[in-house]
Design a binder for this molecule. Sequence first.
Ligand code: BG6
Length: 469
Amino acid sequence: MSTITFPDGFLWGGATAANQLEGAYDEGGKGLSVQDVMPRGIVGARTDAPTPDNLKLVGIDFYHRYAEDIALFAKMGFKTFRFSVAWSRIFPKGDETEPNEEGLAFYDRVLDELEKHGIEPLVTISHYETPLHLAETYDGWTDRRLIGFYENYARTLFERYGARVKYWLTFNEINSLLHAPFMSGGINTPKDELTEQQLYQAMHHELVASARATRIAREVAPNAQIGCMVLSMPVYPLSPSPADALEVMSFDHSNLVYGDVHTRGAYPGYFLRTLAEKGIELDITDEDRDDLTNTVDFVSFSYYMSVAATADPAKKVTGEGNIMGGVPNPTLEASEWGWQIDPVGLRLVLNQFWDRWQKPLFIVENGLGAKDQLVEVDGVKTVVDDYRIAYLNDHLVQVGEAIADGVEVLGYTSWGCIDLVSASTAQLSKRYGFIYVDRNDDGSGTLERFEKKSFGWYAEVIRTNGASL
Ligand code: BG6
């Protein structure tokens, strides 16, 4: 039992993304997204067309079972639920001018269900699911025209749902673009054929689009709170040498630039220096500069692990499952997928972001991907996931510490609150949920839902507003 206190109204909940749980990839007028041709996640090659081994095509069938699932979230006491709108349900190809009404109506129904249970929606506008047509025809975000398509899409969402949705995130993990260009930016050209000039230009287009969405929200949905969303990755020097500390600084800069632009409205000097040294000249118009001044209301982020940095070329070995670079930290244990577990890193990153940006923070992803075993306890099927409870408990204690440090935290949504398909490996066996879904990596399973032990644990955390941690 800790003495930690969470503020009244703290938004406890869970997080998901359309492409990882909805399924129904070709229903309701939906067009294809990049995910529909990524059967191996980011670790494998894309396919020409959807293939039956792609688990995301069916996901966990949230498209048909959302009411049952939202009722389970309500049973846990969720105050908020983070989900993304599948862009290609609303604009099947991405470049149409008129939206697909059937797609819009689906999210109306989801919002109805959330409202019924008093759960606040938290909506990601773009979560790794760019319409495939935009990837194949425009090479995704390398093309400036994507800003206009995204603007039209965001405006459509704000107009339709603006009165019902307060919290919005513009791009999921916007800082993953340079690392996973197809998944994150719909960039069809293979990564090893892309120039840095193209990648940084794509980054600029996304930053402008994000700021433009904020501008539009101010006009059409004045009650909306707009957040950016970054993948957080605290980094430690591998040794106390100044050279390693400098590595830490540049690793940090490469991620912090996104939050800096979103909160300050312009590119920081260190980033301009990086561009100059790389010989990159970005196409930035006066209108772009003006757009960028539309800064966000809050900063949201995912947190799974930390890394270390070294200047020693002999020690520069990228850790397993880490797309962002950095080296393993010898003081930390790792998950079954090699992600290093570091609860204190969450307190550090909360303090760093708060000190730097002075904007309310929202932890919109955190959790442990693990292999679960469905067992019977007193005649009830469940998973005894004490390892997940320990992980989440330790991280939430650190959130409490950061709050005690004076950091303003709006809420916490645990990633994959119901089992879903992994983004990096496209597996179902990498489970994060409080709710077990009977579906396996080979696609077999009934899709039935079962409450894990962590389900009751999280319900108690929420009921006591964190006092049970
Ligand atoms: C984040 C993504 O990177 O991490 C999610 O926003 C993703 O989409 C989550 O699912 C966990 O990663 P993975 O690869 O274990 O699913």
